[in-house]
Design a protein around this ligand. Structure first.
Ligand code: ADP
Ligand code: MG
Length: 421
């Protein structure tokens, strides 16, 4: 491969305007341009997209990027158009395109203009697209949000299970790049197994987010007033409030509005137009706060979200980490506040009771971990990182005092009890 370090930096500058790689990016890019299978595990905001975008722009042919959400893909394509000096190098192929648009995309791929082709996994299974792509030069296939392949991930999508066989049909030895922000060993095993990339070189970054402050408060009947008070103490700052149900999202958004907080609701029950309007209002800072179900956030890249509040406890530590990870992406302050009541855990358990047994077992195991997080008296950062298989030094580690338990240790007696144990 005739790509050296000078080329890499020149291309980084040319296409993205950056003078330096972030974290492990350079090594990942080098591995990919050598045509090797690659597994990238980096937290949200770590810069995973560039890991495959840059090699795609530098190499012959078209890179296929599998991504679960249309909104996410559009976001990414727009971003690459913004940063890249080349116009039209990235395209989306999905069911929302017209026949004419599909024809255009196909001709751009064939002529070599398209360097990145974003597809939803269900589109990739379509015979029509497989037939077409079989005749094209594919530089590699990047599977973004690769945790979707695992039932132990927070967003299992069965279509992801077909990827390996489809990629096999597109050509011989097409390199596979898997990317995820889910750090649990179980999910990683699943990804490697399902994509058949046991030979992949694994690049795993630290999941520590030293600028995020973690706090858990008991959830009482006054939770709405607690939230309002918090927001009033953080006036003008951008924040996300996650609720479990759509109904609660609507109610809370209204309560906030009545109390003079500029807030909009966001959930999958709203029509598409309203949803994207509310999302844009938040991104453009026409409102400070978005009250949302977990439908909000994937692929949202607002760097200065200053707080993420969980009105209800999420279903797993991974979800919590993902959702809070949307705070402080710019490295600035990010307050992660979760309201916790055991009643909510019981609600979540009941929620799951209708599901298949295997799913219930996984769900309950994950739920017990987040209960552990909510109830622990140790460093919350240490707790989270331990869950991801990472050691954290709670005395000298980066961000060591950035949680409620460390700043205000619980009763001395409790601490003593822990030592005796
Ligand atoms: P992830 O997919 O890992 O969550 P993204 O790929 O969305 O992260 O990147 C997060 C942010 O980091 C983006 O705003 C991106 O422009 C920025 N970024 C990526 N690489 C670099 C770099 N080398 N220098 C500066 N900013 C970068
Ligand atoms: Mg990403």
């Amino acid at each position: 491969m005739g790509i050296n370090e000078i080329d890499l930096h020149a291309s980084l500058k040319k296409y993205f305007g950056f003078s330096q790689f972030k974290g492990l990016q350079e090594n990942v890019v080098k591995n990919i341009v050598q045509g090797k299978n690659t597994f990238v595990i980096m937290p949200t905001g770590g810069g995973k997209s560039l890991c495959y975008q840059l090699p795609a722009l530098m190499q012959e042919g078209t890179a296929i990027v599998v991504s679960p959400l249309i909104a996410l893909m559009k976001n990414q394509v727009d971003a690459i158009r913004d940063v890249s000096s080349e116009i039209g190098v990235a395209h989306v192929l999905n069911s929302s395109l017209t026949k004419t648009e599909i024809k255009q995309v196909k001709s751009d791929v064939s002529s070599g203009v398209t360097k990145l082709l974003y597809v939803a996994p269900e589109s990739l299974t379509k015979e029509e697209y497989v037939d077409f792509l079989q005749g094209e030069t594919i530089s590699f296939v990047a599977v973004d949000e690769a945790h979707c392949i695992s039932e132990w991930g927070h967003d299992f999508r069965p279509e992801y299970r077909n990827l390996k066989s489809i990629v096999g049909r597109l050509g011989d030895n097409i390199p596979l790049i898997a990317l995820t922000a889910t750090a649990t060993p179980k999910v990683q095993e699943d990804i490697i197994k399902n994509l058949g990339i046991t030979d992949a070189k694994v690049f795993k970054a630290s999941f520590n987010r030293p600028n995020l402050y973690y706090e858990v408060r008991p959830k009482t009947q006054n939770v709405d007033s607690d939230i309002i008070r918090f927001i009033k103490q953080n006036l003008g700052k951008s924040g996300i409030i996650y609720c479990l149900s759509r109904k609660r999202v609507e109610e809370l958004a209204q309560v906030l509005q009545v109390n003079g907080v500029s807030a909009v609701p966001y959930h999958a029950g709203l029509d598409g137009k309203t949803r994207s309007r509310h999302q844009d209002m938040f991104l453009m800072e026409d409102v400070d706060v978005v009250v949302a179900t977990i439908a909000f956030g994937m692929g949202i890249d607002k760097p200065d979200v200053r707080f993420v509040i969980h009105h209800d406890i999420p279903k797993s530590i991974e979800s919590y980490y993902q959702e809070t990870g949307r705070a402080g992406r710019d490295g600035g302050e990010g307050h992660c506040l979760a309201f916790y009541s055991y009643k909510d855990v019981e609600k979540l358990e009941k929620f799951m009771s209708g599901k298949p047994v295997a799913e219930q077992e996984i769900g309950n195991a994950l739920l017990q971990e987040i209960v552990g997080y909510a109830e622990t008296s140790m460093s919350r950062r240490k707790f989270i990182l331990h869950y991801f298989g990472e050691e954290f030094d709670e005395i000298n580690g980066d961000g060591a005092d950035m949680d409620d338990n460390t700043r205000n240790p619980k009763e001395k007696q409790e601490a003593k009890d822990d030592v005796v144990k």
